[in-house]
Design a protein around this ligand. Structure first.
Ligand code: MF3
Ligand code: CO
Length: 255
């Protein structure tokens, strides 16, 4: 069942979302060669707490950190580590969320570490663009799989592939609510979108094949072929008109 949120609930979720958007924006100035993924997690956690919110991921199904930090061929759910130093040319995905007054936000960005190669830049750009392609269908009258289809078309049209084992999701008083939102599929399937639905839409895009594997730590997801992967996620509300991105700083495009 897809839970419809009231305007008051969306107001709270907007606060939760703005804080994580600001933190993800600030991260882009901190990410540089030599920093460890643990230091990035510390920054995310401290910033969330400073804003009087709760790190949504910490303890979620036993997850040990406040952010998922995934480098290069890591797709999602990378666990921050003091031993993992970022290097020039890496790409790093940071996924994090907050809880405010019982409501969740969830967002992710992929960042370049220093100077990266052109293919990596294109991977990051196409991943972000594919979110905005999906967003075009986040309006009443369209059906859920129209979002999925638009994302897949943009990704595959640019020669990349879409991860199939992990999906976007409804979000509200729980991080994961109905519906599941795959990043691929045929159009015109699934529920019709109506105002007050809130979705975390999160394309995960691979440079090579779509297949992934989970490491023995039980969390870290990597590409099977060792090629790189990027992630871009926002929490979005369906309204009567244009969709509203809750995890954004409206003044900085892409954040
Ligand atoms: N952010 C992930 C998602 O989008 C969830 C992370 S799982 C956690 O669904 F355990 F790390 F929190
Ligand atoms: Co999510």
């Amino acid at each position: 069942m897809i839970i419809i949120k009231s305007e008051d609930e969306i107001e709270i979720m907007k606060m939760a979302g703005t804080v994580i958007a600001q933190i993800l924006h600030d991260l882009s100035r901190i990410i540089q060669p030599g920093i460890t993924t643990q230091e990035l997690d510390d920054f995310v956690e401290q910033s969330i707490l400073k804003n009087g919110m709760i790190p949504a991921f910490k303890g979620y199904n036993g997850y040990p950190a406040s952010a998922c930090i995934s480098v290069n061929d890591e797709v999602v759910h990378g666990i921050p580590s003091r031993k993992r130093k970022l290097r020039e040319g890496d790409i790093v995905s940071v996924d994090a969320g907050t809880i405010y007054k019982g409501y969740y936000s969830d967002a992710a960005r992929t960042y370049p570490v220093g100077k990266i190669d052109e293919a990596a830049e294109r991977l990051i750009d196409v991943t972000r663009e594919s979110f905005y392609e999906g967003l075009k269908f986040c309006k009443p009258g369209y059906r859920l799989s129209d979002i999925s289809h638009a994302i897949q078309q943009h990704v595959e049209g640019n020669g990349f592939s879409v991860v199939r084992d992990y999906v976007g999701h409804g979000i509200g008083k729980a991080m994961h609510e109905d519906p599941q939102i795959p990043n691929y599929g045929i159009p015109d399937r699934g529920p019709r979108l109506t105002p007050g639905m809130v979705f975390a839409i999160e394309p995960m895009v691979n440079e090579g094949g779509w297949q992934v594997k989970v490491l023995p730590d039980g969390w870290t997801v990597k590409t099977e072929d060792g090629k790189r992967s990027a992630h871009y996620e926002n929490t979005v509300v369906i309204t009567e008109g244009e969709p509203l991105i809750l995890t954004t700083l409206s003044i900085v495009e892409g954040f």
